[in-house]
Design a protein around this ligand. Structure first.
Ligand SMILES: [Zn+2]
Length: 74
């Protein structure tokens, strides 16, 4: 199964590099937050639709849509 593993690694590598597109156009619609800990995980870093648990306190994190990334909010 060495061949299959090589393909898998190649796919993962290309996926990772695709995610580093400079912050825009990476498919992110928002992020999961734990408001107590101010812990944040981007949705593109989470597999599936299930909200992850906060790595600090273990509470299910809350999804928050990010506002438009076009333009500065300052
Ligand atoms: Zn937390």
């Amino acid at each position: 199964m060495e061949f299959a593993n090589t393909i898998k690694e190649t796919l993962q590598a290309s996926t990772e590099s695709a995610n580093r597109g400079g912050g825009k156009g990476d498919g992110s619609k928002g992020a999961y937050w734990c408001h107590d800990c101010a812990e944040r995980i981007r949705d593109v870093d989470v597999e599936g639709e299930t909200p992850p648990d906060c790595p600090d306190c273990g509470v299910a994190m809350e999804f928050e849509r990010s506002p438009s990334t076009t333009g500065c909010a300052c």
